[in-house]
Design a protein around this ligand. Structure first.
Ligand code: FAD
Length: 446
């Protein structure tokens, strides 16, 4: 079978790899000049760095298995992470369960209560359906109370989902808490270990590319798909544009799109309204500034910013996780934001955004001076975070579209877990098996 795949991110490449392994010919078309989509990298100080911070959790078994399968096991490092929580003008350490017991913004009673709530969700082995019928806000207010909601969860939900925060379902938050805590050993002083492929996630995408080609598949980039060709209600191929303006029409037995749902209907105007209704825009965008510094900014790898007067929601100091010597001795810090496309900061020019961020950086670290910044970068990802509302399982677009031989697989169909490279790999390999009839066509929880 010949399969045309739109998108060379984790999902498209994992699908092409699986199809190759099962004896089929896959051709991947990626519009960017690099593979990896949201997990793609750029060059810094002789090393490669993800455009948006990336790491793996212990629960990311599909990605970990793939890394080993590709022979990259020796490159996968499990590194202790240091977590901070900026609240009330202070960075609180939040690395071990003991740190929670010392977290003074919560009353002693609520510290214990938050610990028990986390434990309860961690022990909820598979997501109970009732969690998707209630918003995270309602659930936390009922089960944990106002202070825990106001101090911990409300700033986090607002930071990630903005004005849509109050719609987010508890199933999403369960996924976050349940999966996150599996990266931690047991005990009050236990630290979290996070995975990172040394050399960056690009190592994985390059290995996939090599394997796909070796099995007779094709990987084209940059090459943009303009149109899925449809004849008599059936997808028959792709119209592709290469750099320099060259265009080509390719015939395929099956087409798999891994593009965000917001792009897909433009490529296939023939899709019926009953399906495109499920694809209506439902993402938060990620906006990232990456600072190259001549010295460390803080001690934390991951710093949640729970102070809404700060105009970003996360400060991720990559070189407190991976050795700076891999990047020519530069200290690398992401300033991360999730924004709706309608928000002012989404369309703000990078220099203006930076000017807004500088006073906030001084608030977090009063010693900070702009002269520490030797360079900075700006990246934006429109379809960064699907907004998962209540009863989401009822609104997920089916993988098999109403048009024959046309499939869609993307991050909006990852559920109840939060999106991540691990789940794109899982979905990519699974949809490959569905396309070739080796797996039943259904969602994995059905
Ligand atoms: C800021 C940020 C931080 C993250 N952190 C983590 C993390 O720590 N760990 C983790 O595991 N995951 C993380 N993720 C999530 C992870 O990166 C994504 O879930 C995953 O990479 C999605 O892969 P995908 O292939 O499903 O989609 P994408 O990566 O979006 O791939 C889709 C591809 O389709 C291409 N495309 C679109 N239209 C066309 C067209 N017309 N023609 C050709 N190509 C087209 C796009 O260019 C893109 O490459 C993070 C994401 C963001 C934004």
């Amino acid at each position: 079978m010949k399969i045309g795949i739109i998108g060379g991110g984790a999902l498209g490449l994992a699908a092409a790899y699986q199809l190759g392994k099962d004896g089929h010919q896959a051709a991947v078309f990626e519009r960017a000049a690099v593979l990896g989509g949201q997990a793609s990298t750029f060059d810094v100080g002789g090393g490669r760095l993800e455009r948006g911070y990336h790491h793996l959790f212990k629960s990311d078994t599909h990605m970990v298995d793939l890394i080993h399968e590709l022979g990259l096991g020796p490159k996968l490092a499990w590194i202790e992470s240091k977590v901070g929580f900026f609240y009330g003008g202070k960075i609180h350490q939040f690395t071990t369960p003991l740190d929670l017991l010392r977290f003074t913004p919560l009353s002693p009673y609520n510290r214990v209560k938050l610990g028990l709530m986390t434990l309860r969700l961690q022990r909820t082995k598979y997501w109970p359906r009732e969690l998707e019928r209630v918003t995270a806000e309602e659930w936390i207010r009922t089960h944990a109370g106002k202070q825990i909601f106001d101090v911990i969860w409300n700033p986090m939900l607002r930071g990630k989902f903005g004005e849509s925060a109050s719609q987010v379902s508890m199933a999403w938050l369960w996924g976050k808490i349940y999966l996150r805590t599996t990266s931690r050993d047991k005990g009050l002083r236990s630290r979290e270990r996070l995975g990172y492929p040394l050399g960056s996630f690009a190592e994985i995408f390059e290995a996939l590319e090599r394997e796909i080609r070796a099995m007779g598949g094709e990987v084209h980039y940059p090459s943009t798909v303009h149109r899925v060709t449809v004849r008599d209600g059936r997808a028959t191929g792709l119209d592709v544009q290469y750099p320099g303006g060259g265009r080509e029409s390719r015939d395929f037995d099956v087409v798999l799109s891994t593009t965000p749902s917001s792009i897909f209907p433009r490529l296939v105007p023939e899709l019926p309204e009953s399906y495109t209704r499920l694809l209506a825009p439902q993402y938060q965008a990620a906006v990232l500034i990456i600072m190259e510094l001549d010295r460390p900014f803080s001690w934390a790898y991951w710093m949640n910013i729970a102070d809404r007067s700060i105009p970003f929601v996360g400060l991720i100091e990559h070189t407190n996780f991976v050795d700076k010597e891999r990047y020519g001795g530069k200290h690398l810090v992401y300033l991360s934001n999730y924004l709706s496309r309608a928000s002012e900061m989404y369309s703000m020019p990078p220099d203006e955004l930076w000017r807004r961020y500088v006073p906030a950086l001084k608030k977090i670290n009063p010693a900070f001076d702009e002269s520490w910044v030797t360079n900075r970068h700006y990246h934006r990802e429109d379809a960064a975070q699907p907004i998962i509302g209540v009863d989401y399982s009822q609104r997920i677009p089916p993988l098999q579209t109403p048009l024959k031989d046309l499939w869609l697989a993307n991050t909006t169909q990852i559920y109840p877990e939060d999106r991540g490279t691990n789940y794109s790999v899982r979905l990519g390999r699974l949809v490959a098996k569905m396309i070739t009839g080796q797996a039943p066509v259904c969602m994995w929880w059905e």
